[in-house]
Design a protein around this ligand. Structure first.
Ligand SMILES: C[S@@+](CC[C@H](N)C(=O)[O-])C[C@H]1O[C@@H](n2cnc3c(N)ncnc32)[C@H](O)[C@@H]1O
Length: 316
C-alpha cells in the first residue's frame, strides 16, 4: 500500500464519516480566526476575498484537492467565477460533491474530475484563478505542482490559498510541543479527552502536513504574494482535537485564545493563513520554474522528504 493509496482510502472513508475535528468548528475559536482575517467585519475568508477583489470576477477557475466540494459551492454562491474545474483523488468525495446542489441559484458551473495532485499535468494558460482550500498541505511534490499552476494560469491570473502552513509532520519534537503541553496541562482534567498530549502526527493519513512548513517559502519562489492574512491556530489546532469542547467554560476559551495569540507573537509564525499570490512572468517566471525543477531534482536524488511510511517506522 503506497502513501497515495492510504491517503485516498482515508479520504474516501472521511467523506462518509467525519472522524477528525478542527478547532475552526468551535464558534468562539472560529470568530477569533475570522477577526484576524478581517478585523473590521470578521467575515469568512471568501467574503474577505470578494471585498479584496473590488468587483473582479474570473472566467475559469481550478480548485485542487476539492474533497466533497463545500468550498467550490461557496465560491459559486459568491458568483466569483463563470466555471470551476475541481479535482481530488478520492472517488467517494467526488461522488458526494457531484450529488450536492448547493444553496440558492448560482450561474457558476462546477465540473469535478479525479486526479493526483502529485503527478497531475495541467493545461497551459487555461485558468484565471487556482484555489487550494486546506489541500496544499497534503501535497508532497509541491515544486512540480507549483510549476504546473504557474503555467496553467492566464495573464493576470491569481492563486488563492486557505491553508495549514504550520509544522510539517516531520518537524515535531518534544521541545516544539512544550508550549502546547503547558497550555494543555493548565486545563482542568474534566476538559481533557486524553491524559497527555502526544506529538500531533496524524497516523491514519500519511498526506497530512506532509510538507506544510515548506508551503510559504516555496510559493515565494515563483509567486508574488499580494495578500497574506495569517490567522493563528498554533495552540488551538493542536489542543482542540484532544479537548471535550462541551466542558469548556468561557474563561477557558478566552485563556486558550490568549495562549494562541501569545505563541503566534513569540514565534512570529502562524499555523494557518489565507494567501493571494500572482505568478512571476517573463524571465523571473522562467528562472523560478528552473529553480523549482532544480529543487525537485535535488529532493529526488537524495530520496525526497521522509515518506509517511518511513515516518511511522521512525516513531516506533
Ligand atoms: C483536508 S481535505 C480538504 C478538502 C476540501 N478542499 C475542503 O476544504 O473541504 C484534503 C483533500 O486532499 C485530497 N487529497 C489527498 N491526497 C491527494 C492526492 N494525491 N491528489 C489529489 N487529492 C488528494 C483528499 O482526498 C482531501 O479531499
Amino acid at each position: 500500500v503506497t502513501d497515495f493509496d492510504a491517503a485516498r482510502a482515508f479520504w474516501d472513508a472521511e467523506s462518509e464519516h467525519h472522524s477528525h475535528t478542527s478547532w475552526l468548528e468551535h464558534p468562539e475559536f472560529s470568530l477569533y480566526a475570522l477577526r484576524q482575517i478581517d478585523p473590521v467585519n470578521a467575515e469568512w475568508p471568501v467574503d474577505w476575498f470578494q471585498i479584496w477583489l473590488r468587483g473582479r470576477r474570473f472566467r475559469r477557475a481550478l480548485s485542487i484537492g476539492c474533497g466533497t466540494g463545500a468550498f467550490e459551492r461557496d465560491i459559486a454562491s459568491h458568483n466569483l467565477c463563470d466555471e470551476i474545474f475541481a479535482f481530488d483523488a478520492s472517488y467517494a468525495s467526488l461522488r458526494a460533491a457531484g450529488g450536492e446542489r448547493g444553496t440558492g441559484h448560482s450561474p457558476t458551473r462546477i465540473r469535478y474530475f479525479a486526479a493526483d495532485f502529485n503527478t497531475v499535468t495541467l493545461p497551459r494558460r487555461a485558468f484565471d484563478i487556482v484555489f487550494f482550500h486546506q489541500s496544499l498541505h497534503h501535497v508532497d511534490r509541491i515544486e512540480e505542482l507549483l510549476i504546473e499552476v504557474m503555467t496553467s494560469l492566464r495573464r493576470g491570473g491569481l492563486v488563492y490559498l486557505d491553508e495549514y502552513i504550520g509544522p510539517s509532520r516531520f518537524d515535531w519534537t518534544n521541545e516544539r510541543l512544550q508550549p502546547h503541553r503547558a497550555a494543555f496541562a493548565a486545563l482542568p482534567e474534566h476538559m481533557r479527552a486524553v491524559p497527555d498530549l502526544e506529538l500531533p502526527i496524524q497516523q491514519d493519513d500519511p498526506s497530512e502536513a506532509v510538507r506544510s512548513s515548506d508551503i510559504l517559502p516555496l510559493l515565494r519562489v515563483g509567486f508574488d504574494v499580494r495578500a497574506f492574512r495569517p490567522y493563528g491556530g498554533n495552540i488551538l489546532s493542536v489542543l482542540y482535537p484532544k479537548l471535550k469542547p462541551d466542558a469548556l467554560t468561557s474563561e477557558t476559551v478566552d485563556a486558550l485564545i490568549a495562549a494562541d495569540r501569545k505563541l503566534v507573537q513569540e514565534t512570529n509564525e502562524s499555523y494557518y493563513g489565507v494567501v493571494v499570490a500572482r505568478p512571476r512572468r517573463g524571465l523571473a517566471g522562467w528562472l523560478a520554474a528552473r529553480r523549482y525543477r532544480e529543487m525537485a531534482w535535488r529532493r529526488k536524488s537524495v530520496g525526497g522528504a521522509p515518506t509517511a511510511t518511513r515516518d511511522a517506522d521512525a516513531l516506533r
